[in-house]
Design a protein around this ligand. Structure first.
Ligand SMILES: [Zn+2]
Ligand SMILES: [Zn+2]
Length: 419
């Protein structure tokens, strides 16, 4: 794969060759002084191109320590991890088709995301990306509280409750701002925090009249306690290819930790017939399985329907993970449900809004509503907190009484988020 900076380096070399060609032609008719000058320019160009080449390889070298290996990528089966199709051009609000994400919301080119010019692992000419060259936030000192996944079947429903933190405790060293090389590519300052989320799904979901579009935000939940988002970032571009997640496959949208694809370790327990085990549930009630079909054969988009699922061997309709876009679901076969979120609905429902593009009530641009910031920080319902504090200035004592929150905690949080 050729990177952006490698391209720049090659351009310089090309022009140097050009220049030398030109110099060789004119040398016999020029005087000594011009010759010296030309030689200097030539040397400068050589040094410059060498420096550029070096700096681009240094950037690549610097990022190398953040790359990871995947068992899925270690064999020749399935998609080629070094040439994965970039999903940017497979985002459609118009139709569903194999390999596409049928999205409900038009792409927002102004949403935050990675800085394209600093991405070294995507070949934008060829529209390919290299999973094995992508950097991932390592693990470090950051620890989250234990993840929770509870599932109860009652009254024809599958009731799932998570706190949106990994049950296996595998999480990177957030915030990423401590890693200059990574944050210059993707300036996500988020820190994962737990939040209670309840989902009620039909135990026997029905196939809908026709496939429906996939919203932003949580589209499912994994049995590892972490929600699943669709394949796209807020810009409608391939989130798995472009955004930096931790080496365990997740990253926070502000404080809401989520996956855009299935981290391979969650697919470690195949069924007896080699078919992948259950990864989690999609919000239309159908299950999501791992990367392998019957006999342990790695799945590809071609082997699945437009929504990224199929039905066989008594498993009923189910979706599969693939290592190629759209990674989990392309559309919903069933009727998707609204998530019922106990106290953080604004966050989980608002989709992939990482830090600066959250809609602010009564304002646009960068003004942050302190009530929202406090609600997010303390895991309170925004609407309930807004009602409780009343009109500005916020009545903290009354809000603390009404919400059963410690007044000093509430006061400190408001001070932190004073506009
Ligand atoms: Zn299957
Ligand atoms: Zn994301």
């Amino acid at each position: 794969m050729e990177t952006g900076s490698a391209r720049a380096g090659r351009l310089i070399f090309k022009s140097r060759a050009h220049f030398q060609q030109y110099a060789a032609k004119v040398v016999p008719t020029t005087n000594a002084l011009t010759l010296v000058r030309r030689a200097c320019v030539s040397v400068t160009l050589v040094v410059l191109s060498f420096a550029l080449g070096l700096s681009s390889s240094l950037a690549g070298e610097g990022l190398k320590k953040y790359s990871i290996g995947y068992r899925l990528c270690a064999d020749t089966e399935g998609p080629n991890c070094q040439k994965l199709r970039l999903g940017d051009r497979y985002y459609s609000t118009q139709h569903y088709a194999k390999g596409y994400l049928y999205a409900c919301r038009p792409a927002n080119p102004n949403a935050p995301g990675s800085t394209e010019s600093r991405i070294t692992w995507i070949d934008f000419d060829q529209q390919h990306w290299n999973f094995l060259e992508k950097p991932w936030l390592p693990s470090g000192t950051f620890k989250s509280e234990a993840g929770i996944y509870r599932e109860v079947l009652s009254q024809g429903r599958r009731q799932i409750q998570v706190n949106n933190l990994p049950v296996d405790r595998k999480i990177g060293d957030w915030p990423m701002t401590q890693y200059a090389e990574l944050t210059r590519i993707d300036r996500n300052p988020g820190v994962p925090m737990g939040g209670r989320l309840k989902i009620s799904l039909p135990i026997k979901p029905a196939i809908g009249a026709k496939p429906t579009c996939v919203p932003m935000g949580a589209i499912g939940v994994t049995r590892n306690g972490v929600v699943l988002y669709n394949a796209s970032d807020g810009r409608g571009e391939d989130a798995v290819a472009r955004e930096i997640t931790d080496r365990f496959g997740g990253h926070p949208a502000r404080d809401v930790y989520h996956y855009h694809f299935v981290p391979e370790r969650l697919d470690a327990k195949p069924l007896a017939n080699g078919h992948s085990g259950l990864i989690g549930w999609i919000i239309d009630g159908f299950p999501l399985y791992g990367y392998r079909g019957m006999g342990g054969v790695e799945m590809t988009n071609a082997a699945l329907d437009q929504c990224h699922g199929h039905e066989h061997d008594g498993l009923g309709y189910h979706y599969h993970a693939t290592i190629e876009y759209p990674y989990t679901v392309g559309c919903f076969r069933g009727v998707p449900l609204r998530l019922v979120d106990q106290n953080r609905s604004s966050d989980v429902m608002s989709g992939h809004q990482k830090y600066s593009d959250l809609p602010q009530p009564g304002g646009s641009g960068s003004r942050i509503d302190p009530v929202r910031a406090v609600a997010d920080e303390l895991g309170l319902s925004y609407a309930a907190l807004r009602r409780a504090v009343g009109p500005s200035p916020p009545n903290i004592q009354r809000a603390a009484r009404r919400l059963g929150v410690d007044a000093s905690v509430l006061k400190q949080s408001f001070e932190r988020h004073r506009p």
